[in-house]
Design a protein around this ligand. Structure first.
Ligand SMILES: Nc1ncnc2c1ncn2[C@@H]1O[C@H](COP(=O)(O)OP(=O)(O)OP(=O)(O)O)[C@@H](O)[C@H]1O
Ligand SMILES: [Mg+2]
Length: 468
């Protein structure tokens, strides 16, 4: 007799470590009694305690249901991983990009593809980097990670002890750690495992450059390509409206700047109104004035809210530059043009533009050192300028920037209060503000390219003595 019945496995061999017993020629697992007759009850001891196994943590977000495109980016990530020194205890990849560009989605998709190389578990934490409140502190996350690894901290309030316990628990373990929405390098650094070796992906709207000191590799994610964005729009609509009018689907993709969040919102808004054609949806998005308002699914998804949350974290002077630079008529602009827009000096302007670039609200073309807003970000920034900047200031930007040319830049510098003045040896400089400037035109495509600005010759500028 056996408690389970002769010949049946007692339980999963993983959880019951007893040896099998030979009874009447057969093997049974678990405690067994062999007797001719039994009178009364039989009591069995429980045997050695069954070891309790914590499940291996599998905290990665669910597989993105409509994952589209990104073959190039996936190849880049695979290349970064393959290029890592295998002796390195932790591979860190920082994935940055503008709000809603698909950082979390790509990281999740990719990590799910490589998870089999990290059998000791997958940990995930949202670091809340762009939430209105302060980002989540490391103590809370370390404690949760340690619990998931069955190494609960004895004194959860003590950060030093938590950090030590985290290093102990992660040494020799092959883990995946996805640190989503990091506010800074310091916030992510406190959560790096000791490694065995492990793989850490940090996603952030800001560039956590200081993670370079920890050996991080950086990759900046841009919008989808147009076919993928149009395909995603069709998938979210969930029927054949996009396939029936591919041109309209591509127009929607373009009007959304191929930003996945915007494309998803455009589709989700109309998924339940099958009578509305793809061309009508594109028509609704055509108005720049109403586009951001259209890219909202009430109470759930909002492109504007995503951009707002990034702007709220900007220092005031960077936020002002964000607003004023968006009023520049050209799609691309230089630091000098931005300086003219904000009536500041080019050095200060470059610093502020760097802040905006680091916050993924602006792109810089490294070769030409020219800047460009994503089209939806630009609409957002212009909306903010309209809401926040007085009309007189907006008019003044138009005046300072109209017909910007190298000489005009010099004239622009001349009106920067307290920063620069023209050298008396520079000769006469025509002030471009002498005639009434037209308002900036949103339709002029690349006027800056037609009159590419040159650096202001140094002889034309004499800094105040204090600045030398
Ligand atoms: N490659 C993709 N395929 C399908 N959907 C995608 C893709 N990339 C992003 N999305 C969708 O776009 C939306 C925004 O993506 P995600 O949340 O990953 O962006 P994010 O860059 O992490 O944004 P945030 O800066 O707000 O954290 C989500 O609804 C997501 O499902
Ligand atoms: Mg995200």
């Amino acid at each position: 007799m056996t408690p389970q019945g002769h010949g049946e496995p007692a339980a999963d061999a993983d959880t019951v470590p007893w040896q099998g017993s030979e009874i009447s020629g057969g093997t049974v697992l678990g405690p067994a009694v062999q007797a001719r007759d039994i009178h009364g009850d039989v009591y069995l001891g429980t045997g050695p305690p069954t070891p309790f196994r914590m499940p291996v943590p599998a905290q990665l977000p669910p597989e993105p249901a409509l994952f589209t495109g990104r073959s190039r980016e996936l190849a880049t990530l695979n290349g970064l991983l393959a290029g890592e020194d295998p002796a390195r205890p932790v591979t860190i990849i920082a994935l940055t990009g503008m709000p809603g560009v698909g950082k979390t989605t790509l990281a999740t998709w990719w990590l799910r593809q490589v998870r089999s190389n990290y059998p000791d578990g997958e940990l995930f934490a949202d670091l809340g980097g762009h939430m209105r409140d302060a980002p989540v502190g490391p103590g809370e996350i370390l404690a949760a990670f340690l619990r998931a690894l069955n190494a609960p901290p004895s004194r959860p309030g003590d950060l030093e002890e938590l950090a030590g316990a985290w290093r102990t628990a992660t040494t020799g373990r092959r883990l995946i750690v996805l640190l989503d929405n990091a506010a800074s390098a310091a916030q992510a650094r406190a959560l790096l495992p000791a490694g065995g070796p492990s793989l850490v992906v940090v996603t952030s709207r800001c560039t956590p450059s200081a993670l370079a000191l920890d050996g991080a590799r950086f990759t900046r994610l841009g919008p989808l390509d147009e076919p993928a964005a149009a395909g995603l729009f069709g998938l979210v609509l969930g029927d054949d409206r996009a396939a029936a009018d591919p041109g309209a689907a591509r127009a929607v993709a373009r009007l959304c700047g191929c930003l996945p969040l915007a494309v998803c919102v455009a589709g989700a808004r109309h998924a339940l109104s099958p009578w509305r054609t793809a061309a009508q949806i594109a028509g609704e998005l055509a108005s720049e004035q109403h586009r951001l308002a259209s890219l909202t699914v009430p109470g759930d998804l909002s492109v504007r809210a995503a951009f707002d949350s990034s702007c709220q974290r900007l220092p005031p002077d960077a936020a002002r530059m964000y607003r004023l630079a968006s009023l520049l008529p050209a799609g691309e602009f230089s630091a000098e043009q931005a300086a003219a827009a904000a009536a500041t000096d080019p050095h200060q302007a470059a610093c502020l533009l760097d802040l905006l670039t680091e916050a993924s609200l602006l792109d810089e073309e490294p070769a030409s050192r020219r800047y460009r807003f994503h089209p939806l970000i630009r609409l957002h920034a212009r909306g903010q300028a309209k809401d926040i900047e007085p009309a007189a200031e907006r008019e003044a930007v138009a005046a300072r920037c109209t017909g910007w040319r190298p000489q005009a830049a010099v004239a622009g510098l001349a009106v920067i209060p307290g920063s620069y003045r023209l050298s008396s040896s520079a000769g006469p400089v025509t002030r471009t503000r002498s005639r009434a400037p037209p308002r900036p035109s949103v339709t002029s495509r690349h006027p800056a390219r037609r009159s590419a600005p040159q650096p202001v010759p140094d002889r034309l500028i004499r800094r105040r003595p204090a600045e030398r």
